[in-house]
Ligand binder design. Structure first.
Ligand SMILES: *Cc1c(COP(=O)(O)O)cnc(C)c1O
Length: 503
């Protein structure tokens, strides 16, 4: 492909993307394909001769789109948002255009320096303590990781190394392997699966501690668990506090966990993957009260801050601990500015890294702080609009307090009703929501995800949900009536059941 063809292909692809995006509302949010659908439609071998880009783009429409779950559809209310915006997309394009691999300052100075600058901007926008910023003259700084999962693992590996060195300095005779085998880490039973996984990958048992009635990890729970482990000869080293859990967007009590971690030399990492974006609005910063105690903080601009995946922002108060854990030097990685400039390869797991700061920079400049604040506030407002719909219908109940853009609700009565509701919504593909458990209750998680979501989309979703509830209740009432007619239910039971269903 030459430059002229690239220009045509590229322009056509941009037209395709904008067309796709602007018409997302008209498509079913979920695809109608079965596993293996694509291999039935595709040749078994790669083409021997080059094909035309026009044919390939046609096949994207014909083969790929039918198999897409549309994460940016205004009817997508599952999981958490997948960041997306036109400035973010163009940033991705340019990053691909340069195609640099910025593992060291010298391997592309702009790649490293733009990351330092944008991470300082972003840290200030969130109101993070200045010790986290690279511009504070301290050992702190920010780095863009690929995912929150990686950030949690990076924190764990740093904590492991730091603790091992500390214990070794206290007991020089102790074998490092023996110290490492005694380390333990803690998080809540509400933590994202990636937190448990970090423990698995880093060979440190990750204890999933019980939470209070608001799904929050409390200080006394951590203290009790640490005490038990220390009595068994183990060494607590790492705590992952969750600000905005995946299940119900609950916030662990940092003000309680922080002092305990600081006093006991435990590395405190914050996973704020979704909720962190809200801190661009000062009115939500109370949710990170206690941030001053934290060693590392992470959130995903690629979730709620309109930056395309992957862009996970991580700050540490002392990057020296990452470098201690990850530094392996080789002659071919050396450069003559070493020591004067930061080499991000020491801050992450892979060697290579993409120019992710470009898309972050584009989003920050093309929205501005105010534009991003408006985005967050608008999403939260839509969540409350949905909450009002739920509250106005006495067949439903809100289960946990609405938190940012997440509404957890259920049909009153037996879990089977909510199960049936979720199944029907999934089959009909008009909106996409997922289930979660809260205590013994099955709940529907409804998240305002798409930046294109508007009031009319919330109404659409509510109409879909409430009409399905109506059908479920009619079917269940008819079933009960039939059981009564067949003599399977005594009369009192019929009334009781019907009341329960209607409640
Ligand atoms: C989404 C989520 C994650 C995982 O994020 P990745 O960037 O995909 O690794 C971790 N923690 C929480 C609380 C999340 O909501």
């Amino acid at each position: 492909m030459d430059a002229r063809q690239f220009e045509e292909f590229g322009k056509a692809a941009i037209d395709f993307i904008s067309n796709y995006t602007e018409n997302l509302r008209e498509r079913d949010v979920l695809p109608s394909v079965e596993p293996g659908y694509l291999s039935k439609l595709m040749p078994n071998e790669a083409p021997r001769q080059a094909e035309s880009w026009q044919d390939v783009l046609k096949d994207v429409e014909r083969l790929i789109l039918p198999g897409m779950t549309h994460w940016n559809s205004p009817q997508f209310h599952a999981y958490y948002p997948a960041g997306n915006s036109y400035p973010g997309i163009v940033g991705e394009m340019l990053s691909a255009g340069f195609g640099c691999i910025g593992f060291s300052w010298m391997s592309s100075p702009a790649c490293t320096e733009l990351e330092i600058i944008t991470m300082n901007w972003l840290g200030k926008m969130l109101g993070l303590p200045k010790e986290f910023l690279n511009c504070s003259d301290g050992p702190g700084g920010g780095v863009i990781q690929g995912s929150a999962s990686e950030a949690t693992l990076v924190g764990l590996l740093a904590a492991k190394e730091k603790t091992t060195r500390r214990i070794k300095s206290l007991h020089p005779d102790l074998d490092e392997g023996i110290i490492k085998a005694k380390l333990v880490a803690y998080t809540s039973d509400q933590a994202n699966s990636s937190v448990e996984r970090a423990g698995l990958l880093g060979s440190v048992p990750m204890r999933l501690l019980p939470t209070d009635d608001k799904c929050r990890l409390r200080g006394y729970t951590l203290l009790e668990a640490m005490k038990k482990d220390e009595e068994a000869g183990l060494i607590p080293c790492y705590v992952v506090a969750n600000l905005g859990t995946t299940g119900t967007c609950a916030f662990d009590v940092l003000d309680e966990l922080g002092p305990i971690c600081n006093e006991n030399n435990l590395w405190l990492h914050v996973d704020a993957a979704y909720a962190g974006s809200a801190f661009v609005c000062p009115e939500y910063r109370y949710l990170m009260s206690g941030i001053n105690y934290v060693d590392s903080f992470n959130f995903n601009p690629h979730k709620w801050l309109l930056v395309n995946f992957d862009c996970s922002a991580m700050w540490v108060k002392n990057a020296g601990y990452l470098i201690d854990a990850f530094n392996v030097d080789r002659i071919y990685l050396a450069h003559d500015k070493q020591g004067q400039a930061l080499d991000y390869r020491h801050w992450q797991i892979p060697l290579g890294r993409r120019f992710r700061a470009l898309k972050l920079w584009f989003v920050l400049r093309l929205y501005g702080i105010e534009g991003l604040q408006n985005h967050i506030r608008r999403m939260v407002k839509l969540a409350h609009q949905f909450e009002n719909f739920v509250n106005s219908d006495d067949r439903f109940e809100i289960v946990t307090e609405v938190s940012l853009g997440l509404v957890c609700f259920r049909m009153k009565g037996d879990n089977s009703l909510t199960r049936e509701l979720l199944d029907r919504l999934m089959k009909r593909k008009r909106i996409y929501t997922i289930a979660a458990n809260y205590k013994d209750q099955l709940i529907v998680r409804f998240v305002v995800c798409s930046r294109m979501c508007e009031e009319k989309d919330i109404e659409f979703a509510w109409n879909e949900i409430s009409s399905q509830a109506t059908e479920i209740l009619i079917v269940s009432r008819n079933q009960t009536a039939r059981m009564f007619e067949n003599g399977e239910l005594p009369y009192e039971n019929l009334n009781g059941k019907m009341e329960e269903r209607q409640r």
